[in-house]
Design a protein around this ligand. Structure first.
Ligand SMILES: N[C@@H](CCC(=O)N[C@@H](CS)C(=O)NCC(=O)O)C(=O)O
Length: 112
């Protein structure tokens, strides 16, 4: 889903698959607190947590296809639903699918 933000902005990036059963050194170094994906590496700085990445992408490429509302109330509502939906629904669902299928997961690295 963080990838959708980059695609929405037509940002070119390198997409790196991550095997969550044996996390790479790059992931562990990039997100030492949570050790989770997604992670965005941009200009040698790392960003983690889906909605923080989306907001960062929206801020950096602000002139293209805005994602997060600028109106403070609408912004707060978007943050509320992003947190509630993504953390409580999306990731648990992805975890159960991954558990069922033994699938890999991913992280992204912007090329800009
Ligand atoms: N709160 C995080 C949740 C990220 C998350 O749960 N990622 C899962 C992939 S679906 C993960 O990396 N799981 C590996 C693990 O829990 O060790 C976010 O918003 O990005």
């Amino acid at each position: 889903m963080a990838r959708t933000a980059l695609n929405n902005k037509s940002v070119e990036y390198e997409f790196i698959e991550e095997r969550l059963e044996s996390k790479s050194q790059l992931l562990l170094q990039s997100n030492p607190i949570y050790k989770k994906i997604p992670v965005l590496i941009h200009r040698d700085k790392t960003h983690s947590e889906f909605f923080i990445i989306v907001q960062y992408v929206d801020d950096v490429w602000s002139s293209v296809s805005p994602i997060v509302p600028s109106n403070p109330y609408d912004h707060a509502v978007a943050c509320f639903w992003a947190a509630a939906y993504i953390d409580e629904k999306w990731y648990p669902t992805m975890r159960s699918i991954r558990g069922a299928k033994g699938k890999d997961d991913v992280r992204y690295q912007s090329e800009e």
